[in-house]
Design a protein around this ligand. Sequence first.
Ligand code: GAR
Length: 209
Amino acid sequence: RKRVAILISGRGSNMASVIEAAKAPDYPAEIVLVLSNRPDAAGLTRAGEAGIPTQAIDHKAFRDRETFDVALDAALREAGTELVCLAGFMRIFSAGFVEAWAGRMINIHPSLLPLFRGTHTHEQALQAGVRLHGCTVHYVVPELDAGPIIAQAAVPVMAGDDPDSLADRVIAQEHRLYPKALALVASGRAPLEGGRVAFAAGQGTEGTL
Ligand code: GAR
């Protein structure tokens, strides 16, 4: 079982879905640490209740991005982390940190990338008038929300949707998709090779999990 650390900044509902999935005896990853840059993140309490070690590293205590990332890196190594899962972690990393974890760090983003990078993705989708929206799990590269795609799930945009109703439909798919995508990565069936995801035969070919 791969040793996984989950980084959060808030509520941690994706974190909770991964923790739940990892309880299965045949799941290829174990959650060894939940770490937040916000000490008051609700997800920390939730992880603690699930018996997972938690840690807060407040980014406000550091003079710049690089020194925060050094502390983060040290905490991850201390926990024996092999894979990092970003789950609503709302900090941008320095290039050095991303390089250090290249091919070993994945993120879930609430849109069908490469559409709608950044924040307010549901507003962006409604504004653009797309009829399909969704979520993406991808490897993290220095450019924000631009990494090679591991898995996606799509949802319809319905007449009368507002950002909240659309977010509710997408998050349900996030909770389904992230544990499956992590399992794919942790079991070595979707490694990052030469800037592309090298899917094992029969994996990822349908586009969604
Ligand atoms: C999720 O929708 C996730 O995709 C998004 O934040 C939310 C976190 O919710 N992530 C990003 O926007 C990353 N830039 P959660 O804390 O309940 O998992």
